[in-house]
Design a protein. Sequence first.
Lengths: 716, 100
Amino acid sequence: MNPLPYFLDSVWLIPLFPLAGAALMLLFGRWLPNRSVSVICVGSVFVSLGYSLGAVMQLLGRAPADRVVQRVLFQWVTPGPVQTADGLKGFLAEWGVMLDPLSAVMVLVVTGVGFLIHFYSIGYMGHEGGYYRFFGYMNLFMFSMLTLVLANNLLLMFVGWEGVGLCSYLLIGFYFLRKSAADAGKKAFIVNRVGDAGFLLGIFLTMVTLGTITFTGGGRIDAPPIAGIRETLAAGFASGQFVLGAPVLTAIALLFFVGATGKSAQIPLYTWLPDAMEGPTPVSALIHAATMVTAGVYMVARTNAIFQLAPLALEVVAVIGAVTAIYAASMGLLQNDIKRVLAYSTISQLGYMFLACGVGAYIAGVFHLMTHAFFKALLFLGAGSVIHALSGEQDIRKMGGLWSKIPTTAKTFLIAALALCGIFPLAGFFSKDEILWNAYSSELGRDLGGVLWFIGALTAGMTAFYMFRLVFLTFFGNSRVPHDVEHHIHESPRSMTVPLTLLAVLSVIGGFVGVPAALGSFAGISHSFEHFLEPVIAQYAPHAAEAPVVATEAHHDPMEYLLMLTSLAITGVGIWLAYKMYLQRTELPGQLEARFPRLYRLVYNKYFVDQVYDALFVNRAKDLGTTLGSFDSRVIDGLGVDGSAWLTRLTSRISIWYDTWIVDGLVNLSARIVWLFSLPVRLLQGGRISGYALFIVLGILIFLGYYIRELRAMIQ
Amino acid sequence: MVPTSHYLFLSLALFTIGVIGVVTRRNVIIILMSIELILNAVNINLVAFAHLWKQVSGQVFAIFIITDAAAEAVVGLGIIIAFFRNRETVLADEMDLLKW
């Protein structure tokens, strides 16, 4: 008897559908027509989406305390002792899936947004070569991402973590014949390696500190019970083994965060994400906006039991998040490539999410992750639709006036932009407000005197400015489209506009699951998202006052309304400025550029960080490689390989001389003797038939003559 | 009645002409024709002695030799045609591939 209902029992199947699709594509896709590629790959994600919806429905049907389900497929690392700080502990790693509220949210976002983007890709990639390859990689990505979010332990999560990194590399370099694309893929992969090293070290440190890497021991129905990270930490905290701010926990948390900065493009490892825009636009939407880059946020939220005990690490997370948010937003202000603006915006919004996690509001971070997935995927797909309409043009200086020509794209893009800016009832408003409120009201926020809030609000203004700069330059004003391109402008096919519309709907209503108490308590819908996720966040009861507590309904502070209005006002100012500068007085940007040339160049060139990194790390690594290379070619190849080759050649030359003149010489000598003796005989064999005939006749005559002489002698 | 020696001289003349032809001529067809002359010289000999000794077996043997000559001509001409297709020549002094 299995006590689990069907979909909850088959959560482990969710990643396997895309895996099957990917295997089919990468092995046999070459011989399949495009139509069946679309059916198989989009279908596999659709089935995953169906299973995810079913599983989450059945999860919601359970009591809140009961909402965690683990299925162990098999034991991966078999049980064995590991030396930890407090003696030997039994350690094992399983290949298992876990569905709890946090992974439920992630799995829905990944399969939902993933399905819409797959569907969109049918239209967008329809004319491209390597159609099956694209969908194979996309399905492989879905498998890796779902493995990442459904993993029940750190090691399996790391498998998915590396898998999405690999797929990101493959898809950024999808147009691998273009050097810039291949380079961008390599850059993303290598920069991520730096972060992954940190994550891996963090996993090892967890292993030897806690003796377990399983997230939690809860919900293990058909598997032997084991203590998870959460239980071990809670017990250690109660017994005084792990105190708040224990150095080893801080180290683990910081190492995890290093991994998160790589995957989620935070300072200092953010440089790969803008370059990743070399990939096809659906890839940017799926991997580099909605899902993969949020894996870092998910990981921090998932390991919150550790972060909760490491306030220093949380502070680092919050500060890095806030600084990244405003820093990336400032770089987005002057970009001219439609996708790069969105890339910097993504980095900035990821900064927001880390800011939220850093101040202890993991749920707000995940909430923003979800709404951001909706509207940022929509923005990228809309950008893809614009690029599609303009036959591949990505420079917003060569756009303009597209509003009436591609109405569906334009409208959905505007909705997404408004949602990203956080205009009132759209999704971004609720999640951004939640983050800003926590940045202001949390313990850490208060300690820093509202600086975090101020940075966040300023970033919101900058976000509004660059987003509406993008909207105005693309869709409004005079057309700057080259004449020959203008003829071909067309609205995208249905397979692209339908996902746009659905994502627009999600961008509008997605925020209502997390309406703050200040606005929604009268309707009874406040904080449903937070209540859903609350069981995931570890609470350390005896010292609850010390640990950053998740904001509850108690925050009926009039301050909240004030902050809300302030951030809305800042956003309004940003939009107004963009309107002023890019629609009304289009000469203003040029004048500003002339007034502050150095500042302009600094921001326009992204603070020259790429150049600095090149000078500090990339070129040093290359120098090291060149040095090692010359050591290899001079000493190992030169002395070792070439030297022994020279010696071999010398000895073989002696052998050759002996062989030619002694061994072969004897053989040739005997042949020569035979040749000499055969010389006279050989002359008889002239090869002419008449010659042979003459010999025959002469022979006959000789015998005949002899015979006649004998005859005569007998007669006489 | 013609004496037997006349036949033998005719036969000897034909045989000599044939041998000289085989040894001196270059064209393989002529050589074959010369061989026919030699065979026919033998035939005349056989028939002449058969007539002299009133024995019919010599004449029968001549018939066998004529048959044999026809077969030999067929095979010989076949070889010449095959050879001509390969080497485009029928001259015996150019057929010298079998020497050392």
